[in-house]
Design a protein. Structure first.
Length: 131
């Protein structure tokens, strides 16, 4: 049987416009808030049109040595230039990025996923050490 993980794509974010890129510290203090930003298309811009766009970005955290996955946040990007007058004629476009603040009590891996309406599900990961 196929698994969803069989369809999750990864790549070098400097060359591929679909991979979510996270900017946050590699090391944080336990219980101290820090900012995580995630974007799609950091080096190679991703289109943001009615026909081709990023629907959402999600962040998940897995503490070191544990099996549970914690959803940090899911950010829906709903405006892609659509309008009653036609595709790409609308007055607003959302940027393919998200920002949140979080606190960790334990080291682990932060995962970012993004969904392109044409090219599917993409993932990246970053280890974060809690001191």
């Amino acid at each position: 049987m196929e698994r969803l993980s069989d369809f999750v794509k990864t790549a070098d974010w400097a060359k591929e416009k679909h991979v979510p890129v996270m900017d946050c510290p590699d090391s944080v203090q336990a219980g101290q808030a820090f900012t995580v930003s995630a974007c799609v298309g950091k080096e190679v811009p991703h289109p943001n049109t009615t026909e081709h766009h990023i629907d959402w970005i999600a962040l998940h955290f897995v503490p070191a040595g544990e099996k549970n996955v914690y959803e940090v946040g899911r950010f829906f990007l709903n405006a892609h230039g659509q309008a009653p007058t036609g595709p790409n004629e609308g007055p607003i476009h959302t940027d393919s990025s998200a920002v949140c603040n979080l606190k960790l009590q334990k080291s682990g891996t932060l995962f970012a996923t993004s969904y392109c309406n044409i090219h599917g599900l993409w993932e990246s990961a970053k280890q974060i050490t809690v001191q």
